[in-house]
Write a protein of this length. Structure first.
Length: 327
């Protein structure tokens, strides 16, 4: 019998920190938050590591289908609500039908009007994730033949074309290096030196050019790599946490709906006089709205993962105890 694979609690914790930071940034858009913890680079690095592991275990078509299958149902729920609302509101400059198909498969940024802006402006992540998944077999092939060059190639291409795909591909490929153990074999002093160089170089560029670092492409991509190098190189022991497991089980739903909850918290908060508590009052309303969205729509992620749908996926950790006992 195959040994059950215990979850990587460290990865789960990093993903939760990244999701929380993204949500907080949407409510309080201070550039310092993006510098303190570059969530998107971390999430793409984690996904790249998991993708490499899946490709090593299963046939490529099955892996690609499985990754896309886990992504799309929660996306379709959002589309089933947002698109009719935009159409009913009146969409004078409605785009061509082929572009509307992006609300079914995120091959490009889906179109939206002013009413759907809060839902649509975060979907670049799904588009980038979608293409990185599809390109993973090619990137993994390249990585196995030219490891450092494979990580640096997207940065070089960024000079000629600015895109989210090229910006986050280095983090994704660095996830490959984590998965096959190459990163672990690099001396800690060298990883630290590279990380300090990446972070320091990004900050120096922002200082010299008087620009906001997260608004740049190449410097911020390099800056993120510094964080990812350190976070993936380390492997601390992380105790099991039900809250961490809960957030991971609903990560896609939280990401898709957090901006909508923030947009709605102001009109809803005014009804409940949230202004009496200042910005914190509206933040609490946003959190309540997001919690309701997770309860209403989160079960779709269970269906996508072929798990039994649950209203609240509070974990028991029984499977992890079994896996630990069989070691």
């Amino acid at each position: 019998m195959a040994e059950p694979r215990a979850r990587d609690r460290y990865f789960d914790l990093l993903r939760v920190v990244a999701i929380i930071r993204v949500s907080v940034f949407h409510m309080f858009p201070y550039a310092l938050l993006e510098l303190a913890f570059p969530s998107m680079g971390v999430m793409f690095a984690l996904a790249g590591s998991l993708m490499a592991g899946s490709l090593a275990r299963s046939a490529t078509p099955r892996v690609l289908y499985g990754r896309v299958r886990r992504l799309l149902p929660a996306y379709w729920v959002l589309a089933a609500i947002v698109v009719p609302v935009m159409l009913l509101e009146g969409w004078d400059d409605r785009p061509a039908l082929w572009r509307m198909l992006a609300w079914i498969v995120p091959f490009t940024d889906p179109p939206y009007n002013a009413l759907g802006e809060q839902a649509g402006e975060v979907l670049w992540y799904l588009v980038t994730y979608f293409w990185l998944v599809l390109l993973s077999p090619l990137m993994l092939w390249l990585y196995r033949r030219a490891r450092p060059a494979a990580i640096l190639l997207p940065l070089a291409l960024l000079v000629f074309h600015h895109s989210d795909l090229l910006m986050y591909a280095p983090c994704w490929i660095l996830g490959f290096a984590h998965r096959d153990g190459s990163l672990r074999r690099v001396p800690a002093w060298l990883v630290t030196l590279l990380a300090v160089g990446c972070v320091g170089g990004g900050l120096a560029y922002a200082h010299v050019t008087s620009t906001t670092l997260p608004d740049t492409f190449i410097p911020y991509a390099v800056y993120q790599l510094g964080f990812v190098l350190v976070l993936l190189r380390g492997r601390p022991s992380v105790p099991a946490s039900r809250w961490v497991s809960l957030v991971n089980a609903r990560a896609v739903t939280i990401y898709l709906w957090n901006n909508v909850a923030i947009a709605l918290c102001f009109p809803v908060g005014d009804v409940f006089e949230a202004w009496r508590l200042g910005q914190a009052g509206y933040a609490l309303i946003a959190l309540a709205l997001l919690a309701n969205a997770v309860l209403l729509f989160g079960w779709v992620e269970d269906v996508a993962a072929r798990r039994r749908p649950r209203f609240l996926p509070w974990p028991s950790f029984q499977s992890d105890r079994l896996a630990h006992a069989l070691r």
